[in-house]
Design a protein around this ligand. Sequence first.
Ligand code: NDP
Length: 281
Amino acid sequence: MTAQILDGKQIAQQIRQELKQKISTQCITPELAVIIVGNDPASEIYVRSKEKACQEVGIKVDTYRLTPDSSAEELINLIDELNNNHSVNGILVQLPLPKHLNPQEILTKIKPEKDIDGFHPLNTGLIIQKQPSAFIPCTPKGILRLIHNIKHNLSGLNAVIVGRSQIVGLPISHLLLNENCTVTIAHSKTQNLAEICKKADILVVSVGKSEFITKDYIKPEAIVIDVGINRTPNGIKGDVKFAEASEKASYITPVPGGVGPMTIAMLLENTYEAYLKQNHS
Ligand code: NDP
């Protein structure tokens, strides 16, 4: 058996088309402010693709560039200014920040209603409480959308999440728990990882280790979501050994072209939703 490909690129493109249509028929211009501190080359690439995606759907995007040695105070002052600017609907601080800046401290300064990345502790709490007003972080939101594309009712399924990061592992665990999955979170101290993964009807891997998950970790017919983006001498690889995992899974996301494009589509959707919340409440 060969798994069907969960084509994130195509699904994301459809979401972007629909958003473009909505924004144009409603004659609105949601606005996103992106802050980038320093000149990390990977961050530059991510920011450029976010800018391009925003422009394509009719979201105005302004990028603010701070030098690598900027102080926390300078960054927080800029965030304050954008918090108080009524034409700005969403604020995104591109991560990672330079070492001397504490991301937790900085991200809590963004007004929760402009926190389109969903990293503010208030939004985290709202997700745990199953409140629909929460901004859900873009990658987990995109993962859930991909899964719902093939299966709507996830109740009772075993979901195993490998990785417990604040931006992917933890929030997707809560989202799948809210969908009534039985959720297991695995991490670097987990023992018998393969045995645990082999029980997963839904396996989400967000570890950052190239081709770490082999076919021996996969339950036949599982849905496998590979979040990893690993730059290797052989090109960009996921956290899952794609070819052999495809022999066992029912659905699998490719890397690239799976979760990545969905993350950007969800950023656009969150910015649009921020506009609606701020203008219709
Ligand atoms: P982090 O790098 O923050 O953390 C990695 C997680 O993996 C940790 O929880 C760690 O456990 C766990 N881990 C490490 N080694 C093992 C192991 N041997 N067995 C089990 N668990 C292990 O994770 P991120 O979620 O931020 O990123 C993961 C990957 O996803 C990266 O490649 C990143 O580039 C990619 N990514 C892709 C996105 C997309 O849009 N496609 C978005 C965000 C990330 P512990 O907590 O114990 O240290």
